[in-house]
Design a protein around this ligand. Structure first.
Ligand code: HC1
Ligand code: SF4
Length: 569
């Protein structure tokens, strides 16, 4: 342990602590901008500067390790003036459009610091012009507005160090963040995961919004609008209204969507159960034939783009199942359209997702049938919260309502799709039952639960040791797949999710999320699973009806036409 004094208070901390860590322990507030608890310390902004006795220059509290008998000052006029001058420098290059900025008021870390440090706009007018060439909206999911960038470097770090992709870099002068080779985002290997949006302290990165498109469709009497809601949305949207992470707000979201004008409110959990029927069948067939193993899951569109770019040799291993989002879309315009006598061309299929990559997925050329897109509009959890606020819907007081029939029921197995390990557990609940003709009745597969980046387990089914792995985050996927490709790891089935932690921490989820928030969301999802009277996909009565009355067998001809794909890239 190391002993030091900060602002006259003595403290002992671990020798690997930074001055900033020690200040936190003493509840001393130090302003930060580039610092983020889950990212590598880069020390780009200097706003956390402090003074150390015996040193003439300011030191960065985020990157300086504590030393024995160090005496630190954090709150003198000299320090506060230095911080203010750094903030003024940033502000003098920052556009003046806080009123209409995509970053919600209260969420912008720059705005909050200006308020706390009493920096006024009239002291530092912005007389530059917005440069349109610094706005990149070429992609389907992410918009970059480098006019707003404050050069903190968090996007560089999360993309490179957490996701292992490395789309961004500083230019030589370090006065601009570029994409590698200066390409528009759409032409890079960006997987649309949106993790960079979540760490951006200002409004320089945001999802490509479709709110206006959705509101227009919801008001159009000639259109029949069906909305699906992803598993993660149900246990996270409440955070946008001040509720504890993990709180199940399904009934309130359903009621809010009806108030917004949805003709039918349906459930992605329903199509997640269908996914288990299809992917489970595919797995059983591959296991029997010993072909194209390991089977790799296909629900996460960021992961699909990642495997296309980096492991094309594994594309035959990827499940041919569309994701639950896309299966739902296809069924809404076939099964539901037929059942309700509505022309599929008049249906607008909207999905609410915790994921920015789902916007990209819905626009993929593979995701349409006879020229009709499966899903027309994808809104993130944050966009839906904004719409609810925009339309003055009293979310916290609204009476719970239930989903509409036919595509509305979901099991507990479907709900846990939203947390890392959930797709695998849902699949094992059904596959083990089917392979043993009902003898294996296990519901809880705790070995695949948890937020660790890579998990492995063996499950004995009918005398076969089924080897499974679960990975979340693109960098972890890379680590595992490198072993698979080299023949160093032998699995039968691998679940991969593109975002660290799975969909509960998707790029469209409420901000912030950190490890404590992720844990609470995870607990909420498992509680919702436990509280569901049906916890295995094959027992979902609406899924049974779908197969009995429309699709026939899982993996059959019609199921293949509607619910499966192959990737063209
Ligand atoms: Fe997901 Fe999925 S779990 S990918 O995270 O398989 O986005 O929630 O909707 O499609 O069901 C996301 C979540 C989601 C799909 C399902
Ligand atoms: Fe990197 Fe994901 Fe951001 Fe794309 S969306 S730049 S892959 S962090």
């Amino acid at each position: 342990m190391v002993n030091l004094t900060i602002d006259g208070k003595k403290i002992s901390v671990h020798e690997k602590s930074t001055i900033l860590d020690a200040c936190k322990k003493l509840n001393i507030n130090i302003p930060t901008l580039c610092h983020h608890p889950e990212l590598k310390v880069d020390g780009n902004c200097n706003i956390c500067c402090v003074k150390v006795e015996g040193k003439d220059d300011f030191v960065q509290s985020c990157s300086t390790l504590v030393e024995e008998n160090m005496i630190v000052k954090t709150n003198t006029d000299e320090i506060n003036n230095k911080r203010k001058s750094i903030l003024k420098d940033i502000l003098s290059n920052h556009p003046n459009d806080c009123l209409t900025c995509e970053k919600a008021s209260g969420d912008c870390e720059l705005q909050n610091l200006c308020y706390i440090m009493d920096v006024n706009r009239d002291e530092v007018p912005f007389d530059g012009k917005i440069r349109m060439d610094l706005i990149d909206d070429s992609g389907d999911s992410i918009v970059r507005d480098m006019n707003k960038c404050i050069l903190c470097g968090r996007c560089i770090s999360v993309c490179r160090d957490i996701q292992g992709i490395g789309i961004y870099e500083f230019n030589n002068e370090r006065d601009l963040v570029n994409t590698v080779d200066n390409k528009p985002l759409k032409e890079t290997e960006c997987i649309n995961c949106g993790q960079c949006i979540k760490v951006c302290p200002v409004g320089a990165l945001y999802e490509k919004t479709q709110i206006q498109e959705a509101l227009k469709a919801l008001l159009d009497n000639d259109k029949h609008v069906v909305v699906q809601m992803a598993p993660a949305v149900k246990n996270t949207l409440g955070e946008e209204f001040g509720l504890k992470p993990g709180t199940d707000v399904t009934g309130k979201v359903v009621a809010s969507l009806r108030k917004l004008g949805a003709n039918k409110v349906f459930n992605t959990d329903f199509s997640a159960d269908v996914t288990i029927m299809e992917e489970g069948t595919e797995f059983i067939n591959r296991l029997k034939e010993g072909k194209n193993l390991p089977l790799l899951t296909s629900c996460s569109p960021g992961w699909i783009k990642f495997v296309e770019h980096n492991y094309p040799q594994l594309l035959n291993n990827v499940s041919s199942c569309k994701s639950p989002q896309q299966m739902f879309g296809a069924l809404s315009k076939s099964y539901y359209a037929k059942k309700s006598g509505i022309d599929p061309k008049d249906i607008v299929s909207i999905s609410i997702m915790p994921c920015t990559a789902k916007k990209f997925e819905a626009n993929r050329p593979e995701m349409q049938i006879n020229g009709i897109k499966d899903v027309d509009i994808v809104l993130t959890t944050r966009e839906l919260a904004k719409m609810i606020k925009l339309k003055n819907i009293p979310f916290l007081d609204i009476e719970d309502e239930d989903f509409d029939k036919f595509l509305g029921k979901g099991t507990g197995a479907a709900r846990i799709f939203a947390t890392s390990g959930g797709v695998m557990e849902a699949a094992l609940r059904t596959v083990s039952y089917v392979l043993t003709n009902g003898e294996m009745n296990d519901i809880d597969y705790k070995v695949v639960r948890g937020l660790e980046g890579i998990k492995e387990a063996e499950v004995e089914i009918n005398g076969t040791n089924v080897k499974v792995a679960v990975v979340n985050g693109a960098l972890n996927a890379k680590k595992l797949l490198d072993k698979v490709v080299k023949g160093e790891a032998n699995y039968h089935f691998i679940e991969v999710m593109g975002c660290p932690g799975g969909c509960l921490a998707g790029g469209g989820a409420p901000i912030p999320d950190n490890i404590e928030i992720k844990e609470l969301r995870k607990e909420g999802l498992y509680n919702s699973d436990k509280n569901n009277e049906i916890r295995r996909s094959f027992e979902n009565p609406e899924v049974k009806e779908l197969y009995d009355k429309y699709l026939g067998e899982p993996g059959g001809h019609l199921a293949h036409k509607l619910l499966h794909t192959h990737y063209l890239d």
